[in-house]
Design a protein around this ligand. Structure first.
Ligand code: NAP
Length: 255
């Protein structure tokens, strides 16, 4: 059974690792190409780069004879998920979307929830503050509209300098991050407010816990709406879905 995994997340890698070497499936992992050195999974074909919106994805799926798609892209990657829903819908290909649960505010959290990066920038107010931005490389540009603040920006790949607000210190690092390190980072830069996307998951949660421990406010950017038909919360559930699909297709063929 030919399977496409739309990736760029730990869940996608987990699905690929889990299916690699399983003779029932011929798996391709697709990445957008945002990181310089993508990590291949042995036994899984890797393709990198956009398909050309929904029409290009539909063409690719048809040409490859794809029988199932797992959309395990990031909760903030809404476009590719809309394309996946449209292309698979058109072709009648089963689609499973992996969407990790969002973080929820607990006792001691001082969150302000906003609908977009631009709203997060506006929410910081008129007075200059020391801000930690954990919003990803593509998110930082929105903060150019609030140049009165001092920013510490952490990203995996360095952002384009032209996209940064004027008073910015860059920290290049890839999660997962430990609580003690996050507390040390926020303290050493005398951070007054943390801005983050509601990504969910464990890998980048420590900054939220660090903010809570330090009594810092968090501006939390809400997720966009993500298209999907069969939505699961974790990689293992998507693999279970695929295994059931495979078993059904065998019994349909009388195997
Ligand atoms: P997006 O806005 O939903 O997608 C923009 C375009 O990038 C898509 O229309 C598609 O181009 C291409 N694309 C996205 N994911 C792809 C994939 N897995 N394989 C092939 N093409 C893909 O996505 P994004 O927010 O820019 O995120 C890009 C990638 O980074 C995603 O794979 C996502 O899982 C990963 N990521 C995103 C975030 C985040 O915060 N957004 C965080 C961590 C990881 P075409 O229309 O040409 O097909």
């Amino acid at each position: 059974m030919r399977v496409l995994i739309l990736g760029g997340t730990t869940e996608a890698s987990a699905c690929a690792h889990r299916l690699s070497g399983d003779g029932r499936f011929a798996v391709t992992l697709s990445l957008a190409g945002r990181t310089a050195s993508p990590v291949a999974v042995p036994g899984v074909a890797l393709r990198v780069g956009g398909f050309g919106v929904a029409a290009g994805l539909a063409r690719w799926l048809a040409e490859a004879g794809t029988a199932a798609v797992i959309d395990a892209t990031h909760p903030f990657a809404a476009e590719i998920s809309a394309n996946a829903a449209a292309a698979t819908g058109e072709l009648g290909i089963p689609l499973c979307t992996v969407l990790r649960p969002p973080w929820r505010a607990g006792p001691g959290d001082r969150w302000r929830t906003v609908p977009s990066m631009a709203a997060a920038a506006d929410d910081l107010g008129d007075e200059g503050r020391r801000v930690f931005l954990g919003v990803g490389r593509q998110g930082v540009g929105a903060f150019r509209r609030a140049p009165q603040h001092t920013y510490v920006v952490r990203t995996i790949e360095l952002p384009d300098a032209a996209a940064l607000p004027p008073d910015t210190t860059l920290v290049q690092a890839r999660g997962p991050f430990a609580l003690a390190d996050e507390i040390a980072l926020l303290t050493s830069h005398r951070i007054e407010v943390v801005v983050t996307k509601n990504a969910g998951g464990d890998a980048t949660y420590a900054k939220i816990e660090a903010a809570r421990r330090l009594g810092l406010p968090v501006v939390m950017v809400e997720r966009p709406r993500k298209a999907g038909r069969h939505v699961v919360a974790a990689a293992e559930e998507a693999v279970g879905w695929l295994e059931r699909l495979h078993a059904m297709s065998r019994s349909d063929r009388g195997v």
